[in-house]
Design a protein around this ligand. Structure first.
Ligand code: 2HG
Ligand code: ZN
Length: 474
């Protein structure tokens, strides 16, 4: 007996749902054995993991819909999963759910280079789409450090942001159409991709950012943007965060070709240099850094450097125009997540703060965390133009929620958002009420109940469980 068959036979014996799913997706694409399940059960943070009942890997929208229908009949909860690069525990089981993996849905259809549009399977990665688009002088408008594994369906389901939001917007701005399977086995299909469509509720837009709680995205019609060959990158050091923010905003106003405005702090830079074994960018050690990138068809180095070189508070700077230097400068920013992971299991709080209060927040957030544990380490970095800071905290046990609670309350008190780009997942569900009023949550619950009456879609994600809800404070 071939190993695949043997595995499914085991599942069959213990689980009739596995047998039914095998008739839908084929025996090789349903498995329950612990070895094969393992990579589907823990997310990138390593803070969230749980055993799956089964993993099912459908190969078409019809199969996705049939899998959901079978799970609904069996009353089995489903966790949809793409590249499993999530950071809030939203795509891994909590215990006993069916993981519906989209990794077989990798089609690239009808790439219309003239219109700058393409239809893709939900399991295609950003890197694979970019490879196909490059042949037409195009690329995808959302880019992020996990580009080799992150799938476009998962990115739509979580409204991913990444490093080019300042230029192209978040995932929502790229989605022109969608095919998605509903828990009753129905299929919503709006893939025709006309530039304007005002015909009632925009269902694809509803599913963007729904984190697998309403439907499973199986195909997407996406916008593509021109590949801009001339890229200039500048890294600037500051001794005040206020000056760093001012300079990033000046670049956003004055550099028309700006594609990225990122920030990091000295603690994170130290970690990156130590773990990646690379030298510091400057001889001096400054507390704050911003990395700006401009891209166009013509050389942008003068426009970029000219706009920021004499900005008040700049302590040192480096400009890169060739690929090697660009990669070298980007590494200081891109390698933060892996360097932090090498230190331990972090608490990741991805938040947005009104720009006018970002400086104050950066000081306060350290104070509230160190107040809980003076030995903790707080590493801040992120997307400065949107006031989006990734607050990474080391030194607390994975299930100790005190730092999460303290930071998210601080964010809410400053008028910010408790999730800027990673979503709510299970990590922040109990704090949703801090920044979404009761009427919002009631409306969201009504939509959820209408589309997923049995509550099989990603339970525990997004909505606070009644027993873990925190009281709202004004
Ligand atoms: C990034 O901007 C990602 O690199 C990951 O959103 C952030 O690791 C993080 O906290
Ligand atoms: Zn980010």
């Amino acid at each position: 007996v071939a190993p695949r068959n043997r595995l499914v036979c085991n599942a069959h014996v213990s689980d009739s749902l596995a047998a039914r799913l095998a008739t839908i997706v084929g025996t090789g694409n349903v498995f329950a054995d612990a070895d094969r399940r393992a990579t589907y059960e823990t997310d990138w943070t390593r803070r969230f993991s749980g055993p799956a009942r089964l993993v099912a890997r459908p190969g078409s929208t019809a199969e996705v819909a049939a899998v959901l229908g079978a799970c609904a009949d069996a009353g089995a909860a489903v966790v949809p999963q793409g590249g499993n690069t999530g950071l809030v525990g939203g795509s891994v089981p909590r215990g006993g759910e069916v993981v519906l993996s989209t990794l077989r849905l990798t089609s690239i259809e009808s790439l219309d280079a003239a219109a700058g549009e393409v239809t893709v399977g939900a399991g295609l990665t950003v890197a694979a789409l970019n490879e196909a688009a490059a042949a037409h002088g195009l690329r995808f408008g959302v880019d992020l450090a996990s580009r080799d594994s992150a799938t476009l369906g998962g990115m739509a389901a979580t409204n991913a942001g990444g490093i080019n939001v300042v230029r192209y917007g978040m995932m929502r701005a790229q989605v022109l159409g969608m095919e998605a399977a509903l828990p009753d086995g129905g299929i919503v299909s709006r893939l025709f991709g006309v530039g304007r469509d005002n015909t009632g509720y925009d269902l694809p837009n509803l599913f963007v950012g729904s984190e697998g709680t309403l439907a499973v995205v199986s195909k997407l019609r996406l916008r593509l943007v021109p590949m801009l060959p001339q890229r200039a990158v500048v890294l600037l050091a500051f001794d005040t965060l206020g000056a760093a923010i001012e300079t990033a905003l000046r670049a956003r106003r004055e550099v028309e070709a700006l594609t990225a405005a990122e920030c990091f702090f000295a603690e994170g830079l130290d970690l990156v240099c130590r773990h990646a074994g690379i030298p510091a960018p400057f001889t001096g050690r400054w507390p704050y850094y911003i990395l700006l990138e401009a891209a166009a068809r013509t050389d942008q180095s003068m426009a970029l450097a000219g706009a920021v070189a004499d900005a008040p508070g700049v302590r040192d700077s480096a400009l890169a125009t060739d690929a090697r230097d660009r990669t070298r400068l980007w590494a200081y920013r891109d390698r933060h997540t892996e360097a932090i992971n090498a230190e331990g299991v972090p608490h990741k709080l991805d938040v947005a703060i009104p720009l006018a209060r970002l400086d104050e927040f950066a000081k306060e957030v350290r104070a509230v965390v160190l107040d809980l544990s003076p030995a903790a380490q707080v590493v801040l970095f992120g997307h400065i133009a949107e006031g989006n800071l990734h607050v990474n905290i080391l030194g607390f046990a994975p299930d100790d929620e005190r730092p999460d609670e303290a930071v998210l309350r601080l964010v809410a008190s400053m008028g910010g958002s408790i999730s800027a780009e990673h979503g709510i997942g299970v990590a922040k569900a109990r704090w949703l009420e801090l920044t979404r009023p009761p009427a919002d949550i009631a409306a969201m619950r009504a939509v959820k109940a209408a589309l997923d009456p049995r509550g099989i879609m990603n339970p525990g994600v997004l909505f606070p469980r009644p027993e873990s809800q925190v009281p709202r404070r004004e």
